[in-house]
Design a protein around this ligand. Sequence first.
Ligand SMILES: Cc1cc2nc3c(=O)[nH]c(=O)nc-3n(C[C@H](O)[C@H](O)[C@H](O)COP(=O)(O)O)c2cc1C
Ligand code: SF4
Length: 449
Amino acid sequence: MARFEPVLLRNVGVAGVRRLETYRARGGYAAAAKALRRMTPEQVVEEVKRSNVRGRGGAGFPAGVKWSFLPADRKITYLCVNFDESEPGTFNNRYIVDHDPHQLLEGILIAGYATRATVAYIYIRVEFHETFHILQKALDEAYAAGLFGKRAFESSYALDCHIHRGAGAYVCGEETGLIESLEGKRGWPRIKPPFPAIKGLFGQPTVVNNVETLCCLPHIIDRGEAWFRSMGTPGSTGPKLYTISGPVNRPGCFEAPLGLTVRELIYGDDFGRGMIDDKKVKGVIPGGLSVGILTGDELDCKLDFDDPAEYGLLGLGTAGVIVINEDTDIRKVLLNVTRFYAHESCGQCTQCREGTAWMYKIAKRIAAGAARNEDLDILIENSHNMGMMPGMSICGLPDGAVYPIRTIVEKFRSEFEEHIRRQVPAAVEQTLRRINPAVYEMPIAGRKG
Ligand SMILES: Cc1cc2nc3c(=O)[nH]c(=O)nc-3n(C[C@H](O)[C@H](O)[C@H](O)COP(=O)(O)O)c2cc1C
Ligand code: SF4
């Protein structure tokens, strides 16, 4: 692959670039000035639409199209910046803001202008203490320079911007959970419709965009939509930040056009540089946890918005890649996955609250060496009965739960079965009673004996 000139990470490693002066000296805020002085909001929306930049937060919805759902006669518009970044394995938003906070602020100015927002709220995950202070300092500087709060760049546009720290719940990354939380309530996702574009924050038309999506905007305005579209694959345009963690030689956050393969990311010299001790890859969770798992034989999967579905995955997700090596017990992977979703379900919808909890209980049984083959069938059956896709839930959390659970069980079934074959019946009985007597006593459809 030809060497890629970084776009979103172009300022990483540049001394002092968190300061406004240095960011500006490197061409920063020129795109915002161009948009505010020389383009109408409609022209900015059109340019962003033509670039086909799709949301980097997980769902991949085209940003310009989302903005055009705002009612034309609206009086107030809010912009919510989704910096909750709680998806396991994902740290690209934090990486970008830690190194280059003004890039995000410039993106916010452009998005705010395009959508005619008067106030922007950055909803940041509470655990990002240092990042919060970096961003607040940058925002203070931008305010002092008259970029926020006043008419910026001698234009007629003024945007206020506030940073709001969340309280550490995964579900607050879901856009309506985020809005509820911003309003000071428990972060419970809302039933849709109405979608936030019509009725969002404080009942007003609202746009919610991810940090990385917004960071693409200065580059689209500066270099043009055609340049942006020249990168990536036809339905997946532009640069992308990929994070990689697990037993690789060089974990971290890297940039490449959309469509990089998982194999390139793990083994490429510019990326992960291979597996520690040359271990074999057992599996890869390629898009944050919620998209599902690839086996070691599926590393040619392209990380774009289309290819993951060919491998039975939910989508690209966040492109936060977690690598698992041959030494890892797949039962422990399943245990971790189920524990996460059972803990994070907000509890409003029965199938999500109960389903994630039951799946965790079954995974505990499997990990304790007391499983039955039908446990694997129950997990798969449950996975088809939960989530927004079968129309059962308010938000997409259970869809994100069932993809990893189903693909782990289906793709590694023979390994689970091998563990079950080796179990000693008397020990199984004892373990079952010890770890979860309630589960054991309960009649389960199809249970034998
Ligand atoms: C359970 C759940 C958690 C989510 N967490 C995040 C998150 O941490 N950050 C994010 O940008 N989007 C997250 N999303 C997606 C948002 O709902 C929304 O689609 C996104 O912020 C829109 O921004 P984008 O179009 O720029 O991607 C989550 C969705 C669900 C269902
Ligand atoms: S689907 Fe789950 S997380 Fe989403 S609102 Fe319902 S209970 Fe809460």
